[in-house]
Design a protein around this ligand. Structure first.
Ligand code: MLT
Length: 402
């Protein structure tokens, strides 16, 4: 019998959102008439922007013609998309990132989960607590054991200070999943300084950058001096342009970002990632990359702004609704997630059950993101407006202090 990777046995039995899905399916089958409102997994509900649909339709037509048909594309993505990203997301914001520092993928979840492969197995990791489970689970699967958890609490504004000890890799997500809070330039600078002093690499997930409304909050870590020497950035079209089902994201690995061998030789991280991708990945579909590239036009930007505005209005309705139901809530201003304190401090899984059973609303228990998420709960703003209003209406009868 083949031996298994026993690191998998150290993980919770189900991935967080699979566990939630299982419980909701069970509840729905036992209560077929319940109208469940799903504000759990951060999945978008609005259709793709028209510019994307048109660009993909044109790409489909190209695939049906022998003259314009495409087979395997470049593993790191087509230049037409990499160049647009470099221009619109970086150059126009005063950041010098070149197209060949950008690697297109089929989404940030894969990139965030796979990036750890290019680092040594004995790397020491720092992660926020609570945290997007992919960062932690992918390191546990690989067998890493040295993990420093940085508590994010209301007391530290969900903004933990760098650890006292030395770590090799630091995962940072801003706007944060799950707390919906952001790190400002000063906070990011302290992480960049820490990374320089400790020879560490920051793995910066800014999948929700498009939701930042405050001009003072950086959309990219490269807006902060020195970041290109220490940080890899992950971005996604999922929440920016409704691509959760269409799949497209990218990683930025600056030319001069290095790791080292055990004998101390400096190796560009970009080369390792390219080697990994060319071996294990055959590129994102041409049709999808054409769709993604279409958001980089004035018309495309206007269309995505509209969709993001829709979700952010939802976030405001949720925040206002929770506050008027007497609950304490965070996030929801520069992010599509609202992080609320459970009423009467009940456990976050008990609150999950109560919301599902009594109100037929699905959210995500904070404890699923780590121990410091206990007694917290996450709602997403990605629902449709009618459901958001109805969910807030239902929650009016939640009586926190009764
Ligand atoms: C979430 O709900 O946290 C997101 O959907 C996760 C993801 O993008 O994979």
């Amino acid at each position: 019998m083949a031996k298994i990777n026993e690191n998998y046995l150290k993980l919770p039995k189900n991935y967080l959102f699979a566990e939630i899905g299982k419980r909701v399916t069970k509840f729905q089958s036992e209560n077929p008439n319940a109208k469940i409102i799903r504000l759990g997994i951060g999945d978008v509900t609005q259709p793709l922007p028209k510019v994307c649909i048109d660009a993909m339709a044109a790409a489909v037509a190209e695939m049906g013609n022998a003259e314009t048909f495409r087979g395997y594309g470049p593993e790191q993505g087509y230049n037409f998309l990499r160049e647009k990203i470099a221009d619109w997301n970086y150059k126009r914001r005063g950041i010098e990132i070149s197209a060949d520092e950008i690697f297109i993928s089929d989404g940030s979840k894969c990139d965030c989960g796979n990036i750890q492969e290019i680092f040594s197995l004995d790397s020491k990791i720092a992660i926020f607590n609570p945290v997007y489970p992919v960062y932690l689970d992918s390191n546990i699967m690989a067998g890493r054991t040295e993990i420093i958890y940085l508590p994010c609490t209301a007391e530290n504004n969900f903004n933990p200070a760098p650890p006292r000890e030395n770590v090799d890799l630091i995962y940072i997500c801003s706007p944060n999943n799950p707390t919906g809070t952001t790190l400002d330039k000063a906070a990011l600078k302290s992480w960049i300084d820490y990374a320089k002093e400790n020879d560490a690499v920051i793995l910066y997930d800014s999948a929700y950058a498009a939701y930042i409304t405050d001009e003072n909050i950086p959309r990219s870590i490269y807006e902060v001096d020195g970041a290109k020497d220490v940080a890899i950035e992950f971005r996604s079209f999922s929440k920016t342009a409704g691509f959760t089902g269409t799949r497209c994201g990218y990683v930025v690995i600056p030319e001069n970002l290095y790791g080292k061998t055990s004998s101390g030789e400096k190796i560009p991280l970009k080369n390792l990632w390219l080697r990994r991708q060319t071996t294990k990945f055959n590129g994102t579909a041409y049709i999808v990359q054409r769709g993604a590239a279409a958001i980089y036009s004035d018309e495309g930007q206007a269309q995505i702004k509209n969709i993001i505005g829709y979700y952010m209005t939802n976030a405001k309705i949720i925040l206002d609704g929770l506050k008027s139901a007497g609950l304490t809530a965070y996030g929801g201003i520069n992010a599509p997630y609202i992080w609320l304190k459970t009423p009467n401090n009940i456990s976050s899984w008990n609150f999950f059950d109560e919301l599902l059973n009594k109100f037929h609303i699905v959210g995500t228990p904070g404890a699923g993101f780590g121990s410091c998420g206990e007694n917290y709960f996450r709602l997403t703003a990605f629902g449709n407006r009618e459901n958001i209003f109805e969910a807030m209406e239902r929650l009016k009868s939640l009586k926190p202090n009764s």
